[in-house]
Every structure is written in C-alpha cells, then in structure tokens.
Design a protein around this ligand. Structure first.
Ligand SMILES: NC(=O)c1ccc[n+]([C@@H]2O[C@H](COP(=O)([O-])OP(=O)(O)OC[C@H]3O[C@@H](n4cnc5c(N)ncnc54)[C@H](OP(=O)(O)O)[C@@H]3O)[C@@H](O)[C@H]2O)c1
Length: 248
C-alpha cells in the first residue's frame, strides 16, 4: 500500500471543492498535508477540522511556492487549483487569458519543476494533475480553459517520460461536472446559476473525486494509473455541428 510509503502531500486549491475534499481524504490516510489557497479563513477552518498545514498563498506566487517546496520534501503533489472565465474566444479578454494561463498552467509547470526532481532522486512520488474533460473534448465554453487543460494533459504524459525508470507515478484526473462551488465562483453565486449547473442533476461530489485519487495513490507501487475520466453517468461530452455556408 503506497500510502504507507508516502509521508507528505501538497494540495493546491485546497480551500474549497475538490481540493478541500482531497486534503480531508489524504489526512484520513495519515499523510502530512500542506493545503495551499488564497482564502486564509477557509484554510484555517480546514486545518482545524483535518489537521492539515495551511498556506494562504496564491499559487502564482513563484517566490512563495519556491520557498515552500524548498522547505518540505513532497511525496504527493496534487495540482488542483483552477479557474475559468467562460466567454467565446472571439470576445476573449487579455486579462482572462493571462489569469487562466498563470493559474491553470504556469503554476503547475513551476510546481512540477520544483517538486518532481526530488521525487525522481528519492525514487518515490506521485503527481496528481486535475485537468478536465475540456482537455480532451471540444464543447462550447472557453477555448483558453480547454487549451490550458489540454496542456496539463500532455504535461502529465510527458512527466512519465521525464521520470522514466524511477518510481514516480503520474495520474491525470479528468472530471466532468462535479457538484462544487466552481460555477458560483465563475459565474457569480445566484439561484439561477445553482439551477443551471447543480440543482436537480445527479452529479459526482468532490469526495467522489478525492476517493478516485486515493484509489490511484493506494494502488501497488508497481501500478501507475495514468488517466481517469470521471463524469456524471448522465453526462456525455462531445458533439458534432455542421453548418451550411448560407447559414440556413
Ligand atoms: N467542478 C467541476 O465541475 C470541474 C470539472 C472539471 C475540472 N475541474 C477542475 O477541478 C479543479 C478544482 O475545481 P473545483 O470544482 O473544486 O473548483 P472551486 O470549488 O472553484 O475551487 C477552486 C480552488 O482553487 C483555488 N484557487 C483559485 N485560484 C487560485 C490561486 N490563484 N491560487 C491558489 N488557489 C487558487 C480556490 O481557492 P482560493 O479562491 O481560496 O484561492 C479554490 O480552493 C480545477 O482545476 C477545475 O478546473 C472542476
């Protein structure tokens, strides 16, 4: 059981949703969990409840994550922090593109750069990257989000090559819709948004994703679970549109 081989974890985006559930799940396994997000109060409450170590920090704070990863040897890295600014790409805002690239991609690249070499030299580690079904499928929404998540998908595969020959495992988790507050964070917290995305749907909960992550970590060390796509049973991605040039 590799949980007993691992002592420490870093979970980004830990103040809410999937990240908070992962913190709680890993703490149940006795892991020393470092929980990183910007919301100090939510992290303090999570720390009081689970015994995790809170780091109120923006994941794009390069000096901060460099300092933290220099202080602790992480056995498990869960790159979970993510944001979206849905808007047709033809109307994309410059600052939205920068935000999504900074949080969803640049921070993940830097954390992998800072953490994975230590895992390789210790011959022990597990990187969990949370992408999305948006990494693999095209559907209406936000092309920048799709692009950043697709990059995370390819990074996850490449890390396996970079760590080849060492017991460093990489798992990409591709959720479909999960019942978290992400829709309120992205679109604004209102009854209409709750009705549009959550109410009346049968959706995986954040803890279902955390349980899947725990399953991948608990697999025998000889087993690398590379990719898990987790959608609601009543959700299918994809589609095909064919337009006539005259728009008829
Ligand atoms: N829920 C879904 O349906 C779904 C589907 C597919 C993929 N995902 C992916 O799953 C991951 C988690 O989503 P979720 O549903 O749990 O979202 P959420 O409820 O909105 O939580 C997002 C977390 O990311 C943190 N975060 C955002 N910007 C940050 C920053 N600059 N620095 C540090 N932390 C930051 C937030 O904390 P602070 O605001 O306190 O910083 C929060 O803890 C994301 O990568 C998302 O893209 C979610």
């Amino acid at each position: 059981m590799p949980f007993s081989d691992y002592r420490t974890a870093l979970v980004t985006g830990a103040s809410a949703g999937i990240g908070a559930a992962v913190v709680e799940r890993l703490r149940r396994e006795g892991i020393e969990v470092h929980a990183l997000a910007r919301s100090a109060d939510a992290l303090a409450a999570l720390a009081a409840r689970t015994g995790c170590i809170a780091h109120a920090m923006d994941v794009t704070d390069l000096a901060g994550i460099t300092r933290l990863t220099g202080e602790v040897e992480f056995d498990i890295l869960v790159n979970n922090a993510g944001v979206d600014r849905p808007r047709p790409f033809l109307k994309a805002e410059a600052e939205d593109i920068d935000l999504l690239v900074d949080v969803n991609l640049r921070a993940v690249l830097h954390l992998c750069r800072l953490v994975v070499p230590g895992m390789v030299s210790r011959d022990r580690g597990h990187v969990i990257n949370i992408s999305s079904i948006a990494a693999a499928y095209n559907f209406g929404g936000n092309s920048t989000y799709h692009a950043t998540k697709a990059a995370i998908s390819m990074l996850s595969r490449q890390l396996r090559i970079d760590a080849f020959g060492r017991r460093v495992r990489v798992t990409e988790i591709c959720p479909g819709r999960v019942a978290t507050d992400i829709f309120a964070h992205v679109h604004g917290d209102s009854p209409e948004i709750h009705e549009r995305f959550i109410r009346g749907f049968e959706l995986p909960e954040a803890m279902d994703i955390a349980d899947a992550i725990a399953f991948a970590i608990a697999a025998p060390v000889a087993v690398n679970i590379g990719h898990m796509e987790i959608t609601p049973t009543l959700q299918v991605p994809g589609g095909l549109s064919t337009a006539r040039p005259d728009g008829a």
